[in-house]
Write a protein that binds this ligand. Structure first.
Ligand SMILES: Nc1ncnc2c1ncn2[C@@H]1O[C@H](COP(=O)(O)OP(=O)(O)O)[C@@H](O)[C@H]1O
Ligand SMILES: [Mg+2]
Length: 263
């Protein structure tokens, strides 16, 4: 299983949209996908219309109560997405930010839980807007950290901070960890947007994805209806961009698999 963590410590940059749309595009392309809602705001869980029974296990119990990941996995109501399963955040996940640091090896709990979970090609993690214990768990479990970045002033600074975390994880735990920026909410008519994208490419080179996701009204519409974009408006520009992103991710992670097998 390949693990993709969607992270950026800023809110409103397109993390949940990217997690939801990338996960559903991968599932529609025939991959078996587990999406994990790691944001206490539960936007991803709500966006997929998943209702958890009041005594049902969630990510909170997995991270803090020793519950197996398999017990917190739920199907998505839309039957066209039978290849997609979800681990919901749960109403208490915010508490994990303060409870986790008290546990030994807290930054690798999710990684270990994922290792004992089989039957999926991809796990997609929707991280919260912070660099706290939940995001550290996401990065610690990842093969690829994918960071949606809105093309506006100071975006590059946030990327540098996140890259510092990625570098520490690479050095201490996972030298193969990949990092990619995906420009989101891009408005090509806006000069500042274009300049910031050029600057990101200059500063981060091949670590910026080939795909750029433009501003598209269909994104909000699809979320208001609770239908993933790829099913609501499959021909919209944003849906096409996310379909290309899914292929880019498959290629990136499968070539890594080949390189490792050959080494
Ligand atoms: N490509 C896009 N075009 C238009 N609106 C978008 C796009 N991507 C995200 N949005 C909207 O921007 C808001 C923030 O996106 P979201 O994915 O929730 O960000 P985050 O998870 O980083 O806080 C949401 O209302 C979402 O519908
Ligand atoms: Mg979000």
């Amino acid at each position: 299983m390949q693990v993709v963590a969607i992270t950026n410590q800023k809110g409103g940059v397109g993390k949940t949209t990217t997690a939801l749309t990338l996960a559903s595009e991968l599932a529609l392309a025939g991959q078996r996908v587990l999406v994990i809602d790691m944001d206490p705001q539960e936007n991803l869980t709500m966006g997929l219309g998943v209702e958890v029974p009041s005594d049902g296990a969630t990510l909170y119990e997995v991270l803090t109560r020793g519950v197996a990941l398999a017990e917190a996995i739920y199907p998505v109501p839309d039957e066209r997405l039978e290849m997609l399963h979800i681990v919901p955040a749960g109403p208490y996940l915010a508490r994990a930010e303060s409870e986790l640091p008290g546990q030994i090896g807290f930054d690798e709990i999710l990684k270990h839980r994922l290792q004992s979970c089989s039957g999926y090609d991809f796990a997609i993690l929707d991280a919260p807007p912070s660099l706290g214990p939940l995001t550290i768990n996401a990065v610690g479990a990842a093969d690829l950290v994918l960071s949606p970045v809105q093309c506006e002033f100071f975006s590059a600074r946030g990327v540098v901070k996140l890259l510092d975390v990625v570098d520490v994880v690479r050095e201490r735990r996972n030298p193969d960890l990949r990092f990619r920026v995906v420009p989101t909410l891009y408005d090509k008519r806006n000069n500042i947007c274009r300049a910031v994208l050029a600057e990101l490419r200059k500063q981060f080179g091949h670590q910026v994805c080939g795909v750029t996701v433009g501003v598209d009204t269909r994104v909000r519409e699809s979320q208001a209806r609770g239908v993933p974009l790829g099913l609501y408006a499959p021909k919209s520009r944003a849906a096409i961009a996310y379909r290309e992103l899914a292929q880019e991710v498959i290629t990136l992670l499968s070539s890594e698999g080949v390189a490792r097998a050959a080494a």
